[in-house]
Write a protein that binds this ligand. Sequence first.
Ligand code: MTE
Ligand code: MO
Length: 538
Amino acid sequence: DPSLPRFRLADVRKHGAASAQPWVTYEDKVYDITEWVGAHPGGDVILRAAGGSIEPYWNIFSIHKAPHVREILDQYLIGYIDAADLLRREHEAIEDPFVADPERDARLVTHTSRPRNAEPPTDELTRAFHTPSSLFYVRNHMWVPVVGEGAEGDEHAVTVELPDGETRRYTLGELKARFPTHRITAALQCSGNRRSDMTRQATKTNGLQWGVGAISNAEWEGVRLADVLADAGLRVADAQAATAVAKPPPPPDDDDDDDAPPPPASSLHVQFSGLEAYGASIPLETALDPRGDVLLAFGMNGAPLPRDHGFPLRAIVPGHVAARSVKWLSKIAVADEESSSQWQRRDYKGFGPNEGASPDWDRAKAIQEMPVTSAITGVWVGRGADKAEPPATPPPPPAEASSPTGTNGRADAEPVTLEGYAYAGGGRAIARVDVSLDGGKSWDQAALVDDCAGGKCPGNRAWAWTRWRYSGQLPPAEAITTNTETDTNAGGKKACTTLVVKATDDAYNAQPETHASVYNVRGNLATAWHRVRLCRLS
Ligand code: MTE
Ligand code: MO
């Protein structure tokens, strides 16, 4: 519309985040986003762009690069950038939203640095039962919000909103003072863990190509979400409706049948919002499960939460996909629908292998409890491999299935030691870990490491991962001739075999054999048998 006014960038800058009428630019257009701020799914994080261009943010959060988002923005068009400024603005830089991100441990394997996504190196992943906080995998969708350091964290407040719209605000200091503290040991796992396996063994998946390390295990300390909701005044009727799943409906001629029936259990949700606009939800039923151990956590491995992991306050929903354990928690709302965030509705779902590149997001259920999975994190070959302790210098990470390991020595009847983790969601314990050294033709069982012996793992259910260890003999070379390949580099022959692990939980859930059978375009829940190709010179 050429009749619309032209604005100088100096004018646009006056409409920054503090202004009553925030503006943004996109390409050569100027928009007044005052009306949009309240309706923006990511909350007022959009104000970061106010007074300047929204483009750099959309480059980071590429979900916006969709026609329907442009249509929303176009409703707010008020004019164009003055030609005198159009060229100059190409060089305009935004304040780097990641500038205040914390320093990270150099050993972490980084997939993206802005935002930061990183996993522990495979050979360190299961070295300790409690993953050191500095090595715990990091999954950030945006920058790390800045909250006052140390004790200032206690001034951080979280708002609790009930279905009737009532709100109650708690500072972290109040939460610590007023509610009993609970500790649990729980693994967190991203639904994208092992996605690169699915990509390799099935076909292309969209998302971060995690190895086996988008999972870590820690001790968490916090207050129970259920206690806080009760204190905030959540009505008992809501709570009953949420927990009385199996209760049969009252007989039709019941006396009080003119009372409105309580909402079904599945109809109420606890929506969590983080300071940087991330959000997700869990069913209220999950939050109120007296054995569910859902925490508002402020401690990790005996220290305050590190900034990357949600300082000063995060949700911990053990046994559930880590996407629900919202970091930098600022708001908790009990409502009659799931969080409207893209992470609840357009991400973290699973699909059938038939659904291809454009699955039906609305129809699929959000991932909550996690299925069973396992992985090999270390392989030692040769004499000494069966010693109780792994050698000081472990072989290269086995995630690269083709990387040769222990190429010294003869190929027949060599000792091999494997170690790794197994994990089942929903608090289900690991019942058994099966190992095959010949690609799944024959099986043996791994020893489960008794890390939780003597009550060392606080929590009502089995929320932690289970480390396992297995020592055996590699199949003699003759047995694996079908897998023998010519190694052109070494000029000799390589005897190769495929090491396999699969776990079974105490409900007898087991891992699928192939990724193809659970393929989905997002590469979520890549829980097929974990296979590591092992080659030796013969
Ligand atoms: N919470 C906020 N506020 N922002 C995020 O980006 N990422 C989620 C979840 N909570 C996220 C968040 C996802 S997808 C995962 S896997 C876990 O945090 C990762 O937690 P970690 O970084 O402590 O390992
Ligand atoms: Mo995740």
